[in-house]
Design a protein around this ligand. Structure first.
Ligand code: NAD
Length: 256
């Protein structure tokens, strides 16, 4: 049976890849993100896969923005079976120079939005006896890197939320799991490659080899499709016993 799915930050990168996997599976998808072509993306997917889609441009940095997305999703699809908390941003800076505003933005989007959205769908998921919450954390949800204080804090926090929701949903077939990717070549990471190349006077290829993939045993970026396949697996009816867990797709980074 097809499911109704919300994916935050799904007009780019990992979220878009996850949306594609659900769409191919004939699930209905609510898209969200700041990219200007979001409505077009949603319309194209509806036509290509014969599914229902919707798009809303809500800024998820505030509880009101998150509520707007959730209200729109229920109005458009009637019910929600799967919530993928994916929207995220990054800022890299030594802690002593970390701009306070950037810190608040990262915590607001990468962590608080996952709480607000989960809170807003949870009672209905419990009542319908089915729910799947999938949080896109990061290898930085279980490991640290220098200059990423706010991001590492937020991603660790999301894993904490994942565990609590698993306990609270356990008797209602509402599961909650996190996916922790290593580096995935999306616009978020492309920005970091360009910044680091400038900062270290290196070519972008040198940055990828010497800095970015240094901690991964497998020296290649994690394909978006692999994360999407994992999300689809966790959303399945028969994944009911898998809850409160985090799954690393990090090319061996955290094995070390
Ligand atoms: P991306 O920049 O390609 O996509 C991020 C999405 O979030 C975009 O659609 C963007 O519009 C949306 N977004 C940004 N600010 C928003 C806001 N205020 N309100 C609503 N939407 C907003 O990035 P990505 O690499 O695909 O990252 C997706 C998630 O995966 C993030 O949570 C990121 O931390 C996580 N992640 C990424 C990597 C990586 O290497 N790319 C690794 C581990 C985890």
């Amino acid at each position: 049976m097809s499911k109704n799915v919300i994916i935050t930050g799904s007009t780019s990168g990992i979220g878009l890849g996850v949306a594609e996997a659900f769409a191919k599976n004939r699930d209905n998808v609510i898209f969200n993100g700041l990219e200007p072509n979001g409505a077009e993306i949603a319309a194209n997917y509806a036509e290509k896969y014969s599914i229902k889609t919707g798009f809303i441009h809500s800024n998820l940095m505030t509880p009101e923005g998150v509520q707007e997305l959730i209200n729109y999703s229920y109005e458009t699809l009637g019910s929600i079976d799967v919530l993928v908390n994916n929207a995220g941003i990054q800022h890299v800076s030594p802690v002593e120079d970390f701009p306070i505003e950037k810190y608040h933005q990262i915590i607001a989007l990468n962590m608080n939005a996952a709480f607000y959205a989960s809170k807003a769908v949870f009672a209905k998921m419990k009542a319908q006896g089915f729910g799947r919450i999938i949080n896109i954390s990061s290898v930085h949800g279980i490991r640290a890197s220098e200059y990423k204080s706010a991001y590492v804090m937020a991603k660790h926090g999301v894993i904490g939320l994942t565990k609590v929701l698993a306990l609270e949903g356990a008797l209602h077939n509402v599961t909650s799991n996190a996916i922790c990717p290593g580096y995935v070549k999306t616009p978020l990471v492309e920005g970091q490659i360009a910044d680091q190349a400038k900062a270290h006077h290196m070519s972008e290829n040198e940055v990828i080899e010497k800095i970015m993939l240094k901690k991964q045993a497998v020296k290649s970026f994690i394909p978006v499709e692999k994360i999407a396949e994992m999300a689809l697996f966790l959303a399945a009816e028969n994944a009911t016993s898998i809850s409160g867990a985090h799954f690393v797709l990090d090319g061996g980074w955290s094995a070390q």
